[in-house]
Write a protein that binds this ligand. Sequence first.
Ligand code: AOF
Ligand code: ZN
Length: 350
Amino acid sequence: MFLLMQEYIFMKRCFSLARLGAGRTSPNPMVGAVLAYEGRIIGEGFHRAYGEAHAEVNAVNSVAPENQGLLPYSTLYVSLEPCNIYGKTPPCTSLILEKKIPRVIVSCLDHTPGVNGAGIERLRAAGVDVSVGLLEAEGQALSRPRNTFVSAHRPYVILKFAQSANGMFAPPDGRQLWLSNAFSKRLVHKWRSEIDAILVGGNTARIDNPQLTNRHWFGKMPVRIVLSRSGKLPPGLALFGPEAPTLLVSELPPGRALKNSAGWLPLPFNDGLIGSLLGELARRNITTLFVEGGIRTLELFLESGYWDEARVFVTGTHLYPGRPAPQIPVEPKSGFRLGSDQLLVFENRR
Ligand code: AOF
Ligand code: ZN
């Protein structure tokens, strides 16, 4: 019992470490690792940024010189299956074998082709005692964007919007009305620092004129994407500003709208639009996509089935009359309060 508790605590620590890499590891996953000797942590690490050392390498390197001799008697905890391939860095399985670490506890598998269980097999074949599945749901939640990207060849899609206490999205004329509170706004900007791209429809770009930047948190800005069949958007829109790159997706050539650093992605606006768009974004190494509105765009994603998560702020404000918010076809999985707002999180489990 005590041992199990300790294993939980060490794996939880891996998850916390992994999250420190949020926003910098894409298209790699966030990964954390802990090395423990007789119930004491002697090393820990996380994947800090894409192209840099993996969590396991940082954990091994963090062990003090006088403790390096303990590695052949220690347990490695890691939030994701150790990699077994030469990517930007050598395989972590080789490091584990070279350091003679006898026991490895993994939360979930890495679905990357060439890994996907082969990392575990290689370690076991060499006599390492490996167990998989500790706090697996939490480990999978951390790795889901990466695993979706490598197995479905598309970004992990998160729908995000706010609705009034009575389920309205906007006033009848579609004009923007800020519904959620300042805590929610700050949280949304934090999320923006952790994702690769953020998408809105052309009507929202025109009517609300959003910047879609991260202004209230640290870190990076996502790529901005705007969907407009005609491509005829005013070039002065805020999302064409210089703060972050923008990709205009349209069927017809955009002409004047395409100024500054904006790129153009031509796509047929037919029933297959969302599927082909996501494929194109994956080719550009976009592994997580936020869809922020408007109603029609959110519904397009819901109808296509290409959504993984929805984060909906239900605010204290009443709006009447109004345009009803998109309906998420599943029950919320979790929720919590941010002052007068309530955040509901939905998952699309296929
Ligand atoms: C790990 N530990 O901390 C991370 C892993 O191109 P590379 O060298 O970064 O390697 C890509 C592979 O490593 C790929 O399978 C990816 O899912 C995994 N990421 N693996 O053992 C880590 N970040
Ligand atoms: Zn690795």
